[in-house]
Ligand binder design. Structure first.
Ligand code: ZN
Ligand code: FE
Length: 250
């Protein structure tokens, strides 16, 4: 099994999970680059997986289905065109010959947002980003924080595939929060080099996120201190620290 990034729009990645003659597309906001890749490599579309309802993640569903008949998995609590298999926490998504994923509810960015975890890989849409996290469009800080904690509890070695290339901007913010974090400084060098070569900074890993992502570090003294300084008051619980960071990041 291989996982291929298909760049779309300005900074989206559509992740293609491929094996043999089959491939599944995660969050196909646009059908065209996916169809082009499938065609060029002689692959058949086996499934579509959506993490949430935003158009940059779902806009290609119907066009893809015009070219192939495939199941479309998406969050049960959201209304997404063409979803055939609504899923939620505890469900399993079985893609024969490709992989099997567990569905996790991760509300916050949107109310019904889900993530797919399996084969040592996590597809988390706009919930966890490399060195950052999604904006709170439909959820509360407490919900998002709990969702991020759920993802942080996955095994350290899990490869994390988020849906946008926001990493360098996220690192810039992370450095204003934790300028003395050596892992962060090292990460910046590595990811900057990747971007200079036109390569994705992804996948990340859960271990790297726990070491460098301020939104997963709301219980570390340096992060609490920086968030409190920014908020102008002492923040003494993780959700308040998270909310202050989310507010600060804009
Ligand atoms: Zn989104
Ligand atoms: Fe998005």
């Amino acid at each position: 099994m291989k996982i291929i990034p298909i760049p779309a729009f300005d900074d989206n990645y559509i992740w293609l999970i491929r094996n043999g003659h089959y491939a599944a597309a995660v969050d196909p906001g646009d059908a065209e680059p996916v169809l082009e890749y499938l065609d060029r490599h002689g692959l058949r579309l086996a499934a579509i997986l959506n993490t949430h309802h935003h158009g940059d993640h779902t806009g290609g569903n119907e066009d893809l289905l015009r070219h192939a008949n495939a199941p479309v998995f998406g969050p049960r609590r959201e209304n997404i065109p063409a979803v055939t298999h609504p899923v939620g926490e505890g469900d399993a998504v079985k893609l024969p010959g490709l992989a099997e994923f567990a569905v996790l509810d991760v509300p916050g960015h949107t109310a019904g947002h889900v993530a797919y975890y399996g084969a040592n890989s996590l597809f988390c849409g706009d919930t966890l980003f490399a060195c950052g996290c999604g904006k709170l469009f439909e959820g509360t800080a407490a919900q998002m924080y709990a969702s991020l904690q759920k993802l942080a509890a996955l095994p350290d070695e899990t490869d994390m595939y988020c849906a946008h290339e926001y990493t360098l901007a996220n690192i810039l913010f992370a450095k204003t929060v934790e300028p003395a974090n050596a892992d962060l400084v090292q990460r910046e060098m590595r990811d900057r080099q990747a971007r200079e070569q036109g390569l994705p900074t992804l996948p990340s890993t859960i271990a790297l996120e726990k070491a460098t992502n301020p939104f997963l570090r709301c219980e570390h003294p340096a992060v609490i201190e920086a968030a409190s300084r920014h908020a102008g008051r002492a923040l003494n619980d993780a959700v308040s620290v998270f909310a202050a960071l989310r507010e600060w990041k804009k």
